[in-house]
Each structure stands twice: as C-alpha cells, then as structure tokens.
Write a protein that binds this ligand. Sequence first.
Ligand code: 3H9
Length: 707
Amino acid sequence: MNELVSYSQDNELAIITINNPPVNALSPGVPEGIAEGVARANADDAIKGLVLIGGGRTFIAGADIKEFGKVISGEKKEGSLLPLLTALEDSPKPVVAALHGSAFGGGLEIAMACHYRVAAKDAQVGQPEVKLGIIPGAAGTQRLPRLAGVAKAVEMCVSGAPVKAADALAAGLVDQLIEGDLLAGAQAFLREKIAANATHPRTRERNDKLGDEATNTPLFAAARESAKKTARGLTAPFAAIDAVEAATKLSFDEGVQVERKLFEQCLFSDQAKALMHVFFAEREVAKVPGLSPDAKSIEIKQAAIIGAGTMGGGIAMNFANAGVPVLLKETTQEALDRGIATITKNYSNTVKKGRLTEEAMAERLALITPTLGYDGFENADVIIEAVFENMALKKEIFAELDKRAKPGALLASNTSSLNLDEIAATTSRASSVIGLHFFSPANVMRLLEIVRGKATSDEAIASAFALGKLMKKVGVLVGNCHGFVGNRMFFQYMREGHFLVEEGASVEAVDKALTDFGMAMGILAVDDMAGIDVGVKVRQENAKHEAPGRRQPLVVDRLYEMGRYGQKTGAGWYKYDENRRATPDPAVAALIEKTAQAAGITRREIGAREIVERCVYALINEGAKILDEGYALRAGDIDIVYLNGYGFPAWRGGPMWYADTVGLKTVYDRVCEFQAQHGAWWEPAPLLKRLAETGGTFAALGKAKGD
Ligand code: 3H9
C-alpha cells in the first residue's frame, strides 16, 4: 500500500484507512491506494469483508480541488474515479464505509458505491460541488437518488448543503449510526451482515426510489423554478437537476454518461474557475505574510461594546451568538432601552421563523448586559467602540478606555472611514488598537474588515482574526486608508451610478444592468437602502480627501434636499410602499432631466454594457490602486471583501478576478477611454497599466510576490 492509504487486518476483516491530511482529499495516490486495498482483500481467502475508513478528523472531503486547476489548465488529464467505484460495488466481499467528519463530493460518491454505510453521530454527508461551479462527477447524481430518493438528491445536489448523520439515516443514505468507537461499530455491523449471509446490495441496481413520471415531472419543474431564484446566474445547479433527471429516465450507465458530459461542461466553465478561486481565496485571506508565528491570539471570555445603536447592537448579538458575555454601554437610558429592544426584536423574528428556540433566545439575551457606565470594562478581553463617526468623540472614548482596560485587551474601533492611527494616538498602547469594520446588519453580514494601524501588534491582528472566526465572519486584513478597501472602492462605484443617470440612463436601467450582471442589488437601490442622507454626508467627508474641482453628482443632492432619504422615508431614487417594495418614480425621472439640462449635460442612450463597464471598472481601477499602495495583501482579499460585503456575484470570482477574466489590457484601454471622456476620476491605476502592458494578471501578482 502507499503512504496515503494503509491496509490492516483484524481477523476476517480488512481495514483500509485513508491518511491524507488535513481532509483526506482524493489526491493522486488515494484512489489508487483504495483500489489496491480492495484487490488485496478480495485476493485473500482469509478476508470476508472490508471496512473503508478515514484517518484523522474526517472520512473524505472530496476530490482534490487543487488538481482540478491542473485539469482545467490542460496540465494533466482528470483521473476518473469510476473504475474504483465499480471495483467497490462489484467486490464479491461486502464493503462498509465508516463515515466521520465530512463525506463530501467524491467522498460521498465512494461511500455510495460501497454496499453499506455507517456513520458517527457528528458525521456530515453532502454533494457540495455546485459551490465550486461543478456537479458530482463520479455518479453521485445517479446513486444519490437511488439511495435517498429523487427529491432529496435534487435538494442536496442543487444546494450543496451538508446533511447531518441523523438526517442521512432517515433518508436512507446511511444504514446505521454508530455510538462510541466508529471502527469497532463498523466491524460489528459488517460481521452481522456476513453472518446473515445476505446478498450485499449494489446501489446502482436499486430503482425503488426513483419515482415515476407523474411525481418526477412536477418535482423537476419546481426545482428549476426555485433555482432561478436561489441560484440566479449560476449554471451548475441547473446541470445538477438535469443529471438527476437523467437518473430517473435512463439506465444507470447511460445516466453516468449524461452526468459526465454535464460535469465536463461545468468544469471547464469560467464559473467553476471563479468559484474555485473563491474557495482558496477564502482560506488564504487568514494567512498574513510576515506575521510572527509566535503571535498568539488573546482568549476572548468577556467583551464590551460602546454604543448600542444599529452597529453596536448587531455586534453585541455576534458575541452572544458565540456564547461570550458582553457589556453594552450607552450614554442615556432611552438609547440603551432602544438598543436592547432592537436586539430583542431581531431575535424574536428569528424565533418566529423557526431558526432559534425561545430558550436559546433567552440564553443569548442573558449574555448581553446593558450599562450606562464603565463598570466591568476592566475585565473585558476585547472592547469595541461603535459610536457615530465623530473623531473627537472617538478620541475621548479611547483615552478613557486606555485608563480602564486591562493590559493586553484588544481595543477596537468600528469606524468605517476615520483614521485609525489618530484614534490610537490618544492611548498609551497603540499596539493594542485595531479597526474592526463590521457591515450592516452586523449580526448578518459575513464580512469583517480588520484594519491594521501603524502600530498594531501581531498579537492584536491574530486576536482580531480569532474573533472573526468566533463570530463566523470572514476577516480580511486591510490597511488604514480612507474608506479602507470596501468603501474606498464603493465610493467610485456609486459615483458612476449617479453620473450614469445624469447622462441619460434611467434609474431602473442602471440597476437592471447591474443585477443582470449578477450583483445582489442595483447601486441606486443600495443607495436607497443605506440612506441617501448617509451617502451624501459620506461624500461631503470624502471631498476633504479629493483633489478639488472634480465633477460631483447633482441629482442625489436634490433628493437629499427634498428629504427623499430612500427606503426609510418611503422615497429616494424609487418610491416605496409600506412593505418597502420599490416602484419607479416619474417625478425622479423628471428631476433628473431638469437637473441635467440645467447643468448642460447632453443626455444620450446608454446601454447595459456601458453601465456595467462604468460601474465595475471603477471598482477594479480603485482596487488596483489599493493593491499597489499595499492597503490589501492580495487581489483575492479584495475579491473576498466584495463577495461578502457588497453582493458581488461569487461566480464571477470578485472584481479583481473578473478583471483578469475580461483581460487587463481590455479593462485598461476602456479605463483610458473613460478618462478621455469623463476626466480625472478615471486616472488609470499605475498597476493596471503595468499589468496591461506586460500581459500580467492580478491573480499571478500574488503568486509572484510569494504570498
Ligand atoms: C468533488 O469531490 C467532485 C467529485 O464529484 C469527483 C469528480 C470526479 N481539495 O476548509 P478548511 C484544504 S469536488 C483540496 O480550512 P475546515 C483547504 O484548502 C470537491 N484541498 O477546514 C485548507 O487548506 P489550507 C467536493 C482541500 O475544517 C485545508 O484543507 N468537496 C479540500 O474548516 C483545511 O480546509 C468539497 O467541496 C479539497 N477538497 O473545513 C469540500 N478541502 O490549510 C471542500 C479542503 O492550506 N472542503 N481543503 O488553507 C470543505 O468544505 C471544508 O474544507 C471541510 C473542512 C468541511 C472539509
């Protein structure tokens, strides 16, 4: 046997163990090792049955995703798992797969080709391929409906969501749950089957759960209809439905061929490349080059927050959800009561939706202690300031925290744009000061920008990442520039949206072009949601950081003066009904016409393509500046910011990945055209120019730096 798969014998049973840490992916050598073990056991008369089990923390997490990259680039041919699956299923001696941790993708496909499956209670099974832009490629779409039924197979292959062991048992995917030692339990199970002298079931021969046309036709139609909403823009979920449908209409072998064709179409698509990039970028983001390996994160047992507004309240919920007691401070009883009432309402809504029990809600609320003073702050391991954006106030608070916080406590500001170093300078411990920029609603949004100041220590950074993980957020380390990474880019994106309507595109056309591109919402709808008043104030603040004399948007200021602040006032770029449903407002169209005319702007027809280019290239150009100036570590980090905080479509990989897909020369040339047409806002990023001229990509840049 090879070093990735070991073979041992316990009396009449062969035990094949996969040892490919960290997740037992099916890297080259693993399928071969298993096949060798199966052949050896079948050649040995002393062996009556086989157990297939994972060493370490999991069964098999699936195909090795890194290898897909090589297949896509043509560096190597894909090694098919199908011969191994046939060898397992045709084994004359029964094979049981013993599952713990994750049996995902190719891991579940292997398990389904075994005659039996037993699972530890904490095991999870799943076909998460769609999350990578592909579908199961080793007969998963054919065996899964045979074991778990068509509806369950569709649900699993389309959502990619994991299924817990108990649910897998109920669905018929596993045969028994094992309490205690998994290997011993699997052996006992197998000995029973051998003793019963039963014929051992082959999944591919089972047709009893495949339903009939009368039940399947509406099921597939409903699945496609629902995927149009839940998987907007994605192709793999639809391919997965097609493949499962083939299982119900064709023989097993024909179904496998259909699956293979669809799998290959997906594998070589831009979506798969983008989603695989996202998979690795999400993991790379927590790796900070140059951070001392000795930097340990502090233990977070008690937290404190200053400010019980929307942000502070949401952050407090994050701590409570993670089981960490938190003090929530306000200056007046009314503000405190309002903050607690909002938190309670948010939790109640989750309870109403059935996603939280009354008891869990009570437990979480009990972890949040409202307070008007600083008592107890001396015990906090982390203190987060979440008051409104006012430098003087923030400085006052940090000076106070410096006096009260225990040594080593993490002192964080939730500022979305103020200078962190200026805040840190009011303390005697700037090394403990960090920015934690949460995104609204803070208890929902996954993104956490971790802002590193000049003096921020490695320990503080490690602690901030640990805190992000505790709160189930994706932390991205960014530098201390105005707007940090996300908002600095967003300012440019929003500006183009505002300009486009003044130049002739309708409000609806701008938003539709962007949602058709895949954005979760159009930019003007976002403006209405975030508050036009908020946007205008931010722009006024930004003006202090900009070269003077640049074109400024006009209509948005008129909306602000009219009190049309967006959703909250029932009117902004759109009109809103009492359920906050938007409809176009002819009054806004007229206002735009009038304002543009008065400003001497010649209005013209603007197509969807230009709308997308103006908005998205503005993001890319600013992203390139940020990267070049060192405020983001890698292009992939910027992508992760945009996917998790701004509704950029994951299947386009994020703005920087998307730029690489378009080609940086194409993007650069267009940016230059926009500069010629619209002036200084479009000054090309020097990095974009350099890469365009040398045929480089943002993705390769990270690698060249050795990050
Ligand atoms: C498939 O199977 C297709 C089939 O139909 C076959 C067709 C022929 N490959 O997430 P973590 C790495 S498609 C390579 O931080 P956790 C990961 O990059 C596949 N590497 O741990 C990281 O590396 P590093 C279907 C992988 O405990 C390290 O392992 N399967 C793979 O939070 C730890 O990962 C999936 O899509 C992989 N498959 O979560 C499963 N998986 O330390 C994808 C992980 O260098 N994986 N790595 O940064 C997962 O969902 C999670 O990793 C898992 C563990 C839940 C398993």
